[in-house]
Design a protein around this ligand. Structure first.
Ligand code: BTN
Length: 249
């Protein structure tokens, strides 16, 4: 393990999110402490999925925050802030970067980064947030992921993982500090970067398959889809599925 400038680095660890959570339970951890590893043996994704990543090829890290200024019922703003900082970072290398609601980052039709935010709440406030990010940097072949991409696949050359991390941290600090003043700019930017925004596509909810277009995301994080009949349908995470082609690379 190596520690410098609030960055704790490992060659191998189970999961940077799990390590970060254990750390904040054991000791006081300064805000913006970063836990980064070259390899995870139990990397976790959304909805109980695994996050699998080749050794040393990608960015796998967690940022520890104490967002005491964000009420728990407004926690989606943190997700928007992280998503936009990841988008802005990737946009330094390639075009057509979007956020597939709620917080997968896409280049074109392919996923380049995933975000897993886990919170410790005290009464109605977020005491600690562990913001876990897996960003595909130099990996070029993937097993199991349906439509992955990486910076190297997009731009045709290797990127320095640590430089990409530094870029992200600068952008994330800016966004994070900005939301303590006002959330408006981040909400607007997030809304403008939605994957499939205003594009008629197929979706599936508990009542079946339908066609509609993503129109916006509410402050509460609910996705608004306007269906073919003009009806407004609102969804929390996991209540609706995107039906779009899967790709083989
Ligand atoms: C997803 O898209 O399902 C979210 C993936 C999040 C993966 C990152 S890698 C670093 C951090 N540690 C984990 O175990 N998960 C997150």
């Amino acid at each position: 393990m190596e520690r410098y400038n609030n960055i704790i680095e490992f060659d191998e660890i189970s999961s940077t999110n799990d390590y970060s959570m254990d750390l904040v339970r054991r000791e006081q951890v300064p805000e913006f402490t970063v836990v980064r590893t070259d390899f995870q043996t139990k990397g976790r994704g959304q909805i109980g999925n695994c996050w699998v990543s080749n050794r040393g090829e990608n960015l796998l890290f967690s940022v520890i925050l104490h967002p005491s200024h964000i009420p728990a019922n407004n926690q989606f703003i943190l997700s928007q802030c992280v998503s936009m900082a990841v988008c802005d970072t990737i946009a330094c290398f390639c075009d057509n970067v979007t956020v597939k609601w709620p917080n997968d980052v896409y280049v074109g039709e392919r996923k380049i980064a995933g975000i897993l935010i886990e919170n410790l709440l005290i009464s109605k406030m977020i005491e600690t947030s562990v913001v876990g990010i897996g960003l595909n940097v130099n990996q070029t072949s993937f097993v199991g992921a349906p439509n992955p991409t990486s910076l190297k696949l997009e731009i045709g050359q290797d990127c320095n993982c640590k430089a990409v991390l530094e870029l992200f941290l600068t952008k994330f600090r800016e966004c994070y500090e900005a939301i303590s003043e006002s959330s408006d700019a981040i909400r607007t930017a997030y809304g403008q970067h939605l994957y499939l925004l205003n594009t008629v596509s197929s979706f599936k909810d508990k009542n079946g398959v339908f066609k509609g277009a993503i129109s916006a995301v509410g402050d509460d994080g609910k996705l608004l889809i306007i269906d073919e009949n003009g009806a407004h349908r609102h969804y929390y995470f996991k209540e609706v599925e995107y039906l779009h082609p899967h790709f083989d690379r």
